[in-house]
Structures are given as C-alpha cells and as structure tokens.
Design a protein around this ligand. Structure first.
Ligand code: AMP
Length: 421
C-alpha cells in the first residue's frame, strides 16, 4: 500500500516522501481514509505507531480544500496533555503542511502569553494547544471557534490522568456542535469511553496493538540490584556497552535531578526533563539529546509522555513505575518504526510488587541478568507468572513462593506464553 492510494494529494505526498516514509503504518492506513471521508474516529494507539501523521496528513488535506481562517478564528484544534507533545505535533503540522498555503501555531503554558495572542490575531488553520493555556486565551478573547471544523484529542487517557477533564468540558462547551471529532488514546478505559460518548458521533473505531510492536522490536530485561548501587550500575552499563543515547526514567523530579548530577560527575553528559523545569530548559535538553550533545536524558513519566525521538536505541527504568501501564508507555519510546531497541530495568527488592504487576500485565516474565560485581544483598524474590487478570483497582499481594516449581531467570523462557497479543 502507498500513501498515494489513501487519497492524499501531491503537496502532502511530497512532504511525506521527503521525510522518508515509504508505506503507511497500520494506524495511518486505517485512519487516513476515514478522516478524509469526514468520519469521526476513535483510535486506540500510542506514541510510536505513527498516529501523529495518521491524523495530521488527512487534516491538512481537508483544510487545504476549504476557505482560510478568519482573524482570531481556528479551523482545527488539536488538544494535547503536555507542552512537549504539543510542540511535537505542531512540528509535524509544519513539516507535512510545508507545501500548502495553511498556517498553524502552538500554544501552551509556562511561556509568555502575548506572543501567542499576536499569532492568533491573523487566524490559524491549525491550532495545537494544551487545555489550560487555551482556556486563558479563549477567556481573553484571543481565539474564537465559530468556524471550527475539526477537533482532535491526542492522548486522551493522559489528559484524564492529568486532571484535565474539567478544562476539556469547558472547551467542548464553546465549540460549534457540527464538527468532525478525532480521539486518540493509548487505552480505552471506561472513563475514556464515557468521555467519548459525549464527543464522537458514530465513530470509526481503530485499534492498533502497541504490545505487538514492542514485542517484536524491543529486547526487555531486568537487572536486580541493591537500591544504593543503582547509579553505579547505570554508569557501568552505559560505559561498558558504549550506549550513546539513553533515555532514563525516574519516579520523581528530585530523583531525576540527583541522578543527572551523579552521571555528570562520572563524565557522562546528562540532562533532566521534568515538570519543574522551565519550558526553555526542557526544549533545550530535548534538542541537545536529539543532537547527541547530551548522552543521557533523565525524565519523569509525565515529561516523557509523547516525546518523539526517532529510533531511540536505549531506555532504562532507573526505578519501576507505580502504575504497570506506564512501563508499556516507557518502553514504547524504543525501537520505533521497525528499529530495534533495548529496555532495561534496574529493580531493587522494594520494587518487587511493581515488577510482579508488570509481569502480570504483560503476561510474561522479564529475563533477569546480574551485573558482575553488583550481586544484590537484598535480592528480588523469584517471579512466577500469575495468569489472573490484572486488576489495577485491587492489586493482589504478590506471591513469592514457587509451589508449581516454576522459576524465573535463565529457565523462565520456556514458560512464557506465545506473543499472541
Ligand atoms: P508517532 O506515533 O506519531 O509519535 O510516530 C512515531 C515515529 O514514527 C515518528 O518518529 C515518525 O516520524 C515515524 N513515522 C510515522 N509514520 C511513519 C511511516 N509511515 N513510516 C516510517 N516512519 C513513520
């Protein structure tokens, strides 16, 4: 299948070809014709599936056919949970729309509002925004939606996690009733379905499995280690394996700062990216990481959400996330668009519960490796594959015995179910 066969016209096809994409990804193959057809779409797809181009390309195609935006009006609105994701979506809009006479802008909090107001004055065909700043701008009459044609909610699940539901409802209330709605979410929980009910009409439902993608392209393993040895183990892994571009996840902002300093002290160039950093510092850190100037980017989950870094070879969980679904999101940063990646988790004994929750969710035991010289004093109990359904509301106490004789580590592989998801 080619992009041309999906119904996109020459200016967009040229921009896509220049970016080097040859075939549409599964989400693109399904979403592009539906969106061009004017349908509402509800898609279960996370970062790494090509979802951004999946909605941006047909959006630009549709907009290129209508009248240009009037002053202070927006014709299409893309809502994202984070500033980074907003900036990345906006970059994609600019890139794919470079041969079209359309304009776009991005607005988010943490930076001055005046330049954003100035840009909106002439009207924009595509406005990419985070919810809070958009409402500020709307309340100050800097933007109107009388001619809005398309609304896109990107990473809707994350928006709910981050408490944006009230802002989203306020925004929906000021949009024209007749419009096309596109909703993207990594998962479709009950909460998301409730939101969708009041939003999309008779939607085309699309689902691409992120786990299939990761299973084939990401090598995952864990390294059991004492908590206080984690910085030393990370340093050893980076230096011994000569990893040049590593995204490291920590649970807290403070932890991210501390680790960055520790790595820097070992001569490994590192930068932190989290909610307490100014927008300028975050953009700079990401740019330097992409260019190779910064070797290790240390991030918290929220800051890392949606980061688009091409073909990231290496992800390290310095700490396991509390929510097992975040593990899937984190390793979704590696091995994108067919490239292989490696996801390594440093797990200390106090994280046993988180490890077992992840193994239960992914229905597979993670291979364990010991790093020479760092055998933990307090080891993580053996894993055993618990086939009961994962239930985030009532986590069961992990059972650490091995009554059925199944053991983890070197001989666990034989017990893994086939990658049928
Ligand atoms: P996304 O899921 O939108 O964050 O995209 C993930 C990555 O895949 C980005 O780095 C895109 O540049 C890349 N990508 C998107 N569509 C394609 C495609 N059809 N072929 C190859 N790479 C793609």
């Amino acid at each position: 299948m080619s992009f041309a066969s999906l119904g996109l016209s020459a200016p967009i096809l040229e921009a896509v070809a220049e970016k080097g994409y040859e075939t549409p990804s599964p989400i693109q193959a399904q979403a592009i014709p539906a969106i061009l057809d004017g349908k509402d779409v509800m898609a279960a797809a996370q970062t790494g599936t090509g979802k951004t181009a999946g909605f941006t390309l047909p959006l630009l195609e549709l907009l290129s056919k209508g009248p240009r935006a009037k002053s202070n009006q927006a014709r299409a609105l893309v809502l994202t949970p984070t500033r980074e994701l907003a900036a990345q979506v906006s970059e994609s809009v600019t890139l794919y729309g470079k041969n079209l006479p359309l304009n776009s802008t991005v607005v988010f909090g943490g930076v001055k509002i005046n330049p954003q107001m100035m840009k909106l004055r002439q009207g924009v065909d595509v406005l990419v925004a985070t919810p809070g700043r958009l409402l500020d701008l709307y309340n100050q009459r800097a933007v109107r939606f009388d001619h809005l044609e398309v609304l896109i909610l990107d990473e809707a699940d994350r928006m709910l996690d981050m408490g944006f539901i009230h802002d989203i409802k306020k925004i929906l209330a000021v949009l024209p009733k007749k419009r096309q709605n596109l909703m993207f979410s990594a998962t479709f929980s009950g909460e998301i379905r409730t939101l969708a009910k009041g939003l999309v009409n008779d939607p085309v439902e699309i689902s691409v499995s992120p786990r299939n993608t990761t299973a084939t392209t990401v090598e995952q393993w864990i390294c059991t280690v004492d908590k206080n040895q984690k910085p030393a183990v990370l340093t050893k892994l980076i230096l011994d394996n000569d990893w040049q571009q590593v995204l490291v996840f920590t649970r807290t902002k403070h932890g991210a700062n501390r680790l960055t300093k520790q790595l820097d002290a070992q001569g490994i160039n590192a930068a932190a990216i989290h909610g307490n950093k100014s927008q300028g510092a975050r953009t700079k850190a990401l740019a330097e990481f992409k260019s190779g100037k910064v070797r290790v980017l240390v991030a918290t989950d929220i800051a890392a959400r949606g980061l688009d870094i091409d073909q990231l070879p290496q992800v390290v969980n310095f700490e396991l996330p509390n929510v097992p679904e975040d593990y899937i999101h984190r390793i979704g940063r590696t091995g994108r668009a067919g490239a292989t990646g490696q996801a390594v988790s440093l797990v200390s004994e106090d994280e046993t519960k988180q490890l077992f929750d992840i193994e239960r969710l992914t229905k597979a035991l993670l291979t364990r490796k010991l790093i020479e010289g760092f055998k933990p004093v307090h080891d993580v109990p053996e894993s055993r594959l618990n086939q009961r359904a994962h239930s985030p509301k009532k986590p069961k106490k992990p059972r650490v015995g091995h009554r059925d004789g199944q053991r983890s580590g070197e001989n666990a592989r034989g017990h893994q179910p086939r990658a049928s998801r």
